[in-house]
Ligand binder design. Structure first.
Ligand code: ADP
Ligand code: MG
Length: 268
């Protein structure tokens, strides 16, 4: 393809929110035989919501959420936002003051810790509890497994080193996710899903969208190796990508491949 053809295609892409980083990136799109999708925000809506709470101790629901939300309020993570949003709903009066959190620590891919008023609070996944040497009772493990099978993420809340409850969060798949994945399959493009979420939930979600290969419990560094990202994805993924889909429209994956085919087919 001539430099002009590449410029035109890049321009067409940009006008549709498909950011192509140069001719090389554009050319490689048509040769794509495998696409790695970030789960959260790419295959799913990306706005998780709390759908259930299971308290294991004799705790008052509002107080449970006051502590959990106070610990999460400084976190930018979508799961943290879901917990804070839910806690707010339990306090319809706008003047509610959250308990103060001190010594806030956020561990990427694991969760958060903070001292909230008189208690030490840990909110996160199984591996975060294990690394914090918190014992997870079998009752909690069962709830977590049930939630994973339902494609939900179970978040563990520990107070003063004791697991007191599980927050179930759901992030539904995009309505067109299954269709886009099947279309890619029909073009012999294999799809892989990558996520920091646990294997159980990842498995259930991948079945819903029709993806067979998954990489779960992935570290952010692993995600940085992705070659094609969607706007709502993680910043690392966006930087590493050759092609960025700025609008988070899953069908733009197909636009990018088609654009590449159209530009590079003519010169063969
Ligand atoms: P992804 O973006 O693929 O969903 P992340 O790497 O952001 O995955 O997070 C992986 C997992 O770490 C989450 O599924 C959750 O279990 C846990 N986690 C991360 N941050 C938080 C947080 N602020 N509160 C609770 N759990 C968290
Ligand atoms: Mg994330």
């Amino acid at each position: 393809a001539t430099p002009t053809a590449v410029m035109v295609a890049t321009g067409v892409g940009a006008s549709q929110g498909v950011l192509i980083k140069g001719g090389q990136a554009l050319e490689s799109a048509q040769k794509v035989d495998c696409i790695v999708f970030d789960k959260t925000g790419t295959l799913t809506i990306g706005k998780p919501v709390v759908v259930d709470t299971r308290l294991l101790k004799n705790t008052v629901l509002r107080e449970f959420y006051d502590y959990a939300a106070a610990a999460e309020i400084n976190s930018e993570h979508p799961l943290a936002k879901a917990i804070v949003e839910h806690a707010k709903k339990l306090h319809p009066e706008e003047t509610h003051i959250w308990p103060e959190a001190r010594n806030f620590i956020s561990v990427t891919g694991h969760g958060v810790k903070a001292e909230v008023s008189d208690k030490s609070i840990i909110v996160g996944n199984k591996s975060f509890m294990l690394s914090s040497v918190i014992d997870i009772p079998s009752e909690a493990l069962e709830i977590l497994m049930e939630e994973e099978e339902r494609a939900r993420t179970g978040i563990i809340v520990a107070m003063d080193r004791e697991v007191v409850g599980i927050i179930s969060v759901s992030d539904p798949i995009k309505p067109n996710a299954h269709e886009v994945i099947s279309y890619l399959k029909s073009m012999n493009v294999e799809s892989i899903m990558v996520t920091g979420d646990n294997w159980g939930t990842a498995n259930a979600i991948s079945k819903e969208v029709g993806i067979e290969k998954i990489i779960a419990e992935a570290k952010p560094e692993q995600k940085a190796e992705v070659g094609l990202a969607i706007g709502a994805g993680t910043d690392v993924a966006i930087e590493a990508a050759d092609i960025v889909l700025m609008k988070s429209n899953l069908e733009d994956v197909i636009t990018a491949i088609d654009l590449s085919k159209k530009t590079f087919f003519r010169i063969r």
